[in-house]
Design a protein around this ligand. Structure first.
Ligand code: ZN
Length: 181
């Protein structure tokens, strides 16, 4: 995969997640380890310099923090179970699929709305999950959600945030049922 840059740290997991998205084969994506981001573990973004290039020339970066703090407790991303990491990466690739359908101007608007509107965040996160589910990653997505929601080490505040903004495991199953009927 010449157009993908993946650190050894997550190479296996990223390659499995990518295998569910044949449409992204030609799309350049850099998986990049960073210092911790404020409360998010991973984040997918278009690279600014490529925003107004043709869609097939656009570049994306998926930022991944090596560890993250939640209420003063430090978690190592590498200690998260493998299937949960694959689900997490699959969700981020769902964001990339969504970005691929948007113009440069629309992406700028997307970035601003994401910052200022909670209902917009809910919609965007749901869209990313739906892409992952349509790409046969349902089981991984469910594992990721159940892991976060049942993880005793994570604070209630963080879990509250996840419940408020992200699709629940029940909604995932509902979406799968609707799609089948
Ligand atoms: Zn997301």
């Amino acid at each position: 995969m010449l157009n993908k840059s993946i650190p050894k740290y997550l190479k296996h997991e990223a390659e499995i997640a990518l295998s569910f998205y044949p449409e992204l084969k030609e799309v350049p994506i850099e998986f990049k380890l960073t210092r911790k981001m404020s409360s998010s573990v991973m984040k997918a973004q278009p690279k600014l310099g490529s925003l107004f290039k043709k869609r097939n020339k656009r570049n994306y970066v998926i930022l991944i923090s090596r560890h993250f703090d939640i209420q003063n407790r430090k978690f190592h991303t590498r200690s998260i179970p493998q299937n949960v990491l694959i689900g997490w990466l699959g969700h981020e690739l769902g964001h990339v699929m969504d970005y691929q359908n948007r113009s440069g101007l629309n992406l700028i608007r997307f970035g601003l709305c994401y910052l200022f509107s909670e209902s917009f965040v809910i919609k965007a996160e749901q869209t990313a999950d739906h892409y992952a589910i349509r790409h046969h990653m349902k089981d991984y997505i469910l594992e990721t959600k159940n892991y976060i929601l049942s993880h005793t080490g994570l604070s209630d505040r963080y879990k509250e945030k996840i419940k408020r903004l992200y699709t629940s495991p029940e909604q995932v199953l509902e979406f799968v049922n609707e799609k089948m009927n």
